[in-house]
Design a binder for this molecule. Sequence first.
Ligand SMILES: [Zn+2]
Length: 245
Amino acid sequence: MAERADDRAGRADVSRSAAASVYERIRTMILASEIAPGEKLNIDQLARQLGVSQTPVREAVQRLEGDQLVVARRPRGYATTQLLDEAGLRHMFEVRLLLEPWSARAAAVDRAANPGAAMLREIDRFAAEMHGDPRHLMSAHDTRFHELILRAVGNDFLANAFRQMHPHLHLFRLYPADIDGAHTIAEHERIARAIAAADPDEAEQAMRAHLLAAMERFSAGVDGGAPSLAGVRPGAVRPRTADVG
Ligand SMILES: [Zn+2]
């Protein structure tokens, strides 16, 4: 009796982790543009390709709809969402520039809540694991890094506002595949060191500089090139170059 309950629990764990892995695999395919923006999703074909039944694929597609990577199409079916356009990219960074320099400043406190050491460990871990197409790893690292700051601030409205933008899922679809992450690491290090040193002015400036540089890198993936930001003086954003990493 106890054994059967264990078996059932084991099977439930396996099917839960299988569903999570189907979700991860389809999400990676969308982030890496193996499934193009605006492309119709063929559930049956995806199930065969991943060697699973249609049920976990349907569950994964519903989760991806929550992530705004997939939209329902009328009268039926699903398609991947379009990439952020120039206005979408600009709007996202306008909001991030309001929230995140302030958050970095607020996190740079001389208390146990200071996330600086955890941020430096996160950077070391990311630098050690980078290989191959780095977009998926960079997206995951960038999510963890920015969330360490938001969590340290401890304001649920702020954290929810950030998560509802799904910035990393949208932005990393724009990223060129040949990026090595060196610029991101250098910019993240500057932020983490300023926060670890409980230097709020430098933390705020470092975050602002990172967001402006990141917007420029991501804009390489947007038709029409670099967008201009409201409230940012002309020339503050350097023209985009081939070396966007
Ligand atoms: Zn970042």
